[in-house]
Design a protein around this ligand. Structure first.
Ligand SMILES: [Zn+2]
Length: 98
């Protein structure tokens, strides 16, 4: 079950990041060997996808919740449903582990 759990969370994280990028209109660019993101809504520059995610959760909660909700749907479709133990509330928070 640990394996499925990892797969689920990975799939969810990827799907959420993808939706988030789209909803925020975020663009990635490399500078000085690091990846940065520019938030398309407020222009804020963020280092790393994690930072973009946290930024969205704090500054653009509507878009963030939307991205999390869409990611859940995508993962549910892909895995043919979500197990009861998949903690949606936890997965939808930027503090989610991974
Ligand atoms: Zn922003």
């Amino acid at each position: 079950m640990a394996r499925l759990r990892d797969d689920l969370f990975r799939a969810f994280r990827l799907a959420k990041a993808e939706e988030l990028r789209r909803l925020l209109g975020a663009e990635a660019y490399a500078r000085a060997g690091a990846w940065y993101w520019r938030c398309g809504l407020c222009g804020r520059r963020l280092r790393g996808l994690r930072a973009l995610e946290r930024h969205a959760a704090v500054k653009h909660p509507r878009e963030y919740r939307e991205a999390a909700a869409r990611a859940l749907v995508a993962v549910r479709l892909r895995f043919g449903g979500l197990p009861r133990w998949f903690p949606e509330a936890h997965a939808a928070s930027p503090a989610g582990r991974g």
